[in-house]
Design a protein around this ligand. Structure first.
Ligand code: SF4
Length: 556
């Protein structure tokens, strides 16, 4: 089976020491990316670790496809113990980092400990350097890029950085790369912040040579370049009006299912503000969305559909430039737009201030700096809902994505069981429900669908393949088999192991069936959970038997 190559680099920022470890066995079993990082995190982060403690570890990892010249591979994965969910999370960013990271020759970089001063870490194929960067305290993301550009001649595509939100331990702070691409969900920016790591840079010329099927690479690349998929013009916003009209676009902090001004912030409105095409490394599909409004001086990349929901409909903000402004602020300060938008929407609900875009923007700044109400909102909805007297619309403290589980019942089940909580990317069951392949209503047959799609997502994030390759059908199961040199079912088996290790780690932190709970009624959910656990061979309390995990990881 195709897998990433290269050693693990461990960087202990307390001792300012580095070590290299051969992880060939782990790479052969877990491919790379989310898979191998989850295996390492499971075995190396203590089960009782404090997410903000020096014992937590953050992993950056590539897969084998980052050594290709094929579209849909400009991605990187990051893993660690989340300060938001209190469980293991992986998160995935595009941009141009993956090739520079691979050029260092490492397959995985692990950061542990905690520095006593603010640090930049420079990783190259010729050595690792620690640089104290006191001048970058509180710096916004683009200012870190400028600093590294002036001082070290490094570009935005060479680095990951945290903004003020990460330094201030906002529980949903991102790690940013290329100024506008985010390792978004689960607060790993706050994990780097807790380690006093502001920035990590990557450069070199030692990318391993990995052979893979040339015909498939060419076919995928050609199809990506010639596709007439609407996503190439409008990115993920292309479905906004369709979803609002036919399913649900949560509005007024989930109070309503439809937004009457969806067309003012959706795909056409975003496309009008788009001023050029943009992509990730080597990707000819180029679905990204650089937008600007000269009159108001707003320039950003996006909003993507999730931000149209979180800062648009859910806040009842009906001006696309206001949504762009929220997006720009989140990128600048290093905040996950889904969690931040939902947190702001909850605050607007408490204050009866829906539609007040000025207050939205002020509140984002306060969250990033933990000023006033921002200090409360920075904890995430699950931790502040009672104090503000609002309903807790999260699963495992993770704020929901747009796709409404009250309407897409399979997606609702997938939110309930996802190891990352109320997020859509760990199974994307929404796709078969939107497309009509399966009836969105009801849970019959859905546990098996959720399980298969979770396993696919975990393998995909290990490969690493962009999620939009599957969503557009531009990489087929047959092509995956040819690329990875094995049956598709074997790839799903790898994905299943990754899901199981995440679950087992979370179990050891006390999470179980009670945490697989939705904040609304979903008829049949208890039977569906029974069926889902049985399909996976887990206990009926939602825990993984130690002996199952013991076959390929450290069970206790
Ligand atoms: S499809 Fe879009 S998000 Fe995915 S790699 Fe290509 S440009 Fe990046």
């Amino acid at each position: 089976m195709l897998h990433a190559e290269g050693p693990l680099l461990t960087i202990d920022v307390s001792a300012r020491e580095t070590t290299e470890t051969d992880i060939d066995d782990e790479l052969e079993t877990f491919i790379g990316g989310r898979g191998v990082a989850t295996k390492l995190a499971h075995d190396r982060i203590p089960f009782d670790a404090d997410p903000f403690g020096p014992e937590n570890r953050a992993y950056l990892a590539t897969g084998p496809l980052q050594m290709s010249e094929m579209s849909f591979t400009g991605r990187m994965s990051m893993t660690g113990l989340s300060p938001l969910t209190d469980g293991l999370v992986s998160t995935n960013a595009g941009g141009y980092l993956s090739r520079n990271f691979a050029d260092t020759g490492y397959s995985v970089v692990e950061i542990t400990g905690a520095s006593d001063e603010l640090l930049a870490i420079h990783v190259t194929d010729e050595g690792i350097e620690f640089e104290a960067v006191p001048d970058l305290e509180g710096a916004a993301v683009p200012d870190v890029t400028d600093y590294m550009n002036e001082r070290r001649d490094l570009d935005a595509e060479n680095l990951v950085t945290v903004g003020p939100a990460g330094e201030n331990l906002v529980r949903y702070a991102c790690v940013m790369t290329y100024d506008s691409r985010a390792f978004g969900r689960g607060g790993l920016g706050a994990v780097l912040g807790s380690k006093n790591v502001k920035c990590v840079t990557f450069e070199g010329d030692s990318s391993p040579d990995i052979e893979m099927d040339e015909d498939v690479q060419s076919a995928v690349h050609r199809d990506a370049a010639t596709s007439d998929d609407m996503m190439r013009r409008q990115g993920t916003t292309q479905g906004t009006e369709f979803i609002n009209d036919n399913f649900s676009l949560p509005t007024r902090y989930f109070e309503k299912y439809h937004f009457e001004h969806a067309d003012e912030i959706g795909g056409d409105a975003v496309e009008e503000k788009k001023y050029k095409k943009a992509a990730c490394s080597v990707c000819a599909f180029a679905c990204k969305l650089p937008t600007r409004d000269e009159e108001r001086g707003v320039e950003t990349e996006g909003p993507e559909f999730e931000t149209v929901f979180s800062f648009g409909s859910n806040c009842e903000v009906d001006d696309v430039v206001d949504v762009m402004k929220s997006n720009e602020l989140c990128d600048r300060y290093g905040l996950d737009t889904i969690s931040a938008g939902n947190a702001v929407a909850a605050y607007l609900a408490a204050e009866d201030e829906f539609g007040n875009a000025e207050l939205v923007h002020e509140t984002v700044e306060k969250i990033a700096r933990r000023e006033g109400i921002g200090d409360t909102l920075a904890e995430g909805i699950g931790r502040f809902a009672d104090e503000l007297g609002v309903r807790d619309y999260t699963v495992k403290n993770m704020e929901f994505a747009a796709h409404d589980g009250r309407v897409l019942h399979g997606q609702g089940l997938s939110y309930a069981v996802a190891n990352r909580g109320g997020d859509h990317m760990y199974s994307t069951t929404l796709r078969v429900e939107y497309s009509g392949e399966v009836d969105p209503e009801g849970l019959e047959g859905k546990p098996a669908i959720v399980r298969r799609r979770e396993d696919h997502a975990a393998f995909r994030d290990s490969g690493i393949v962009c999620a939009f390759a599957g969503g557009t059908g531009l990489i087929t199961e047959d092509q995956h088999e040819l690329l990875f040199g094995c049956d598709y079912e074997d790839l799903l088996e790898v994905g299943g192991r990754v899901v199981e290790l995440e679950r087992h780690f979370n179990n050891k932190r006390g999470m179980n069936r009670e945490d697989d709970a939705l904040p609304y009624d979903l008829p049949g959910i208890e039977d569906a959970l029974d069926e889902y656990y049985e399909l996976r061979g887990w206990n009926d309390d939602g825990t993984v038997p130690d002996e199952t995990v013991g076959e390929y990881a450290q069970a206790d």
